[in-house]
Ligand binder design. Sequence first.
Ligand code: AMP
Length: 425
Amino acid sequence: MKLLLIGSGGREHSLAWALAKSPRLTKLYAAPGNAGIAQVAGLCDLDVSNHQAVIDFCRAKGIDLVVVGPEAPLVAGLVDDLEAAGLKAFGPSRAAAQLEGSKAFTKGVCDEAGIPTAGYGRFDTRDAALAYVREKGAPIVVKADGLAAGKGVVVAMTLQEAEDAVTACFEGSFGEAGAEVVIEEFLQGEEASFFVLSDGTHALPLATAQDHKRAFDGDEGPNTGGMGAYSPAPVLTDPLIADVMRTIIEPTIETLAGRGTPFKGVLYAGLMMTEDGPKLIEYNTRFGDPECQVLMMRLKSDLLDLLLASVEGTLATATAQWRDDTAVTVVMAANGYPGSYQKGTEIRGLDPLSSDRLEVFHAGTKREGGQLLANGGRVLNVTALGSSVLEAQRAAYDAISKIDWPEGFSRSDIGWRAIERENNS
Ligand code: AMP
């Protein structure tokens, strides 16, 4: 099969790396890709927001399946347009991607299906939203409704912060995404992520993960796209996973199918383990980044087979096999990230690191004149397997110590919570 992978981050490098292992793959293209993806795929200079250009490329190259990595093309309806042109594409339709594209949409699905989630109100005027936060008091959570590149959520510990967040949304801080605001009850507990694949009617559990969003050690500092992750998430035990499938995932899949907009693709549930059991914080409609990297490191099954089963509606007879090991990924970012940072600095020392149990996925790199250069905020994802979280963590940091890139940094404590749990058990 010939495949086209859409995206350019560490998530897409790990997907490309896993797809390249499939005996069914004859040729992989990536648009736009990065220097790591180029090790296993042909990079193409395609404007992905131009759906007709993607369709023309697929026809010219005889592409059998398009795999969409990031959320923006899904919400923009790329999968709908490819399917309308008679091409196969992995990922949800525009309507089903509303589970990520609109927080109010997801809350509506939760109401309809009785899915456990934070209590909420939705507002399209500032005054009504302010009245609601004043009535409820802090702590409280203010969310721009639409896609805001992970920046549209304020967990307000004081009423003043909540009021400022409401005002910022209605003054256009998040553009169109903030035209409507969802205000939620503050949930307490440990967070974890759960991934399933769906073909529209059946959901196949994949795996669990936890990530670290803050820039600095001890989960301090500004929010980022994610500084590291590990899988599995020890907090999500098998009985809890069964509970999440029954109370959250399956009702969601049934509700979307019942509405005539079945969900196909990866459904990524952000969960809070509260005293009353797991509650849904949010859905994403694609693999997480960097969670995908740890999932791909543990996946034993053929990824291409699984993605095809989602597209073709045959997941009920599919299985996904995982290594029992823990995978840890540590993000190396350019100094200054998530604020301003330099691009174009040289990275050396990666080549000897790769092994059966260690992979350096590229998140933002390019190759120029034989040199490997940083080309983004998050640049590398050093990903290792271990028989424990501690062992995987040590292997990842050992590899990082051999990477020669003075202009980059990483956190030194990825996985700390799970390691504490290991120490206590
Ligand atoms: P979201 O984009 O909805 O995942 O929100 C980003 C982050 O905000 C989550 O990963 C949580 O850490 C936090 N968060 C979101 N909603 C809540 C909530 N209702 N209670 C507590 N924390 C929340």
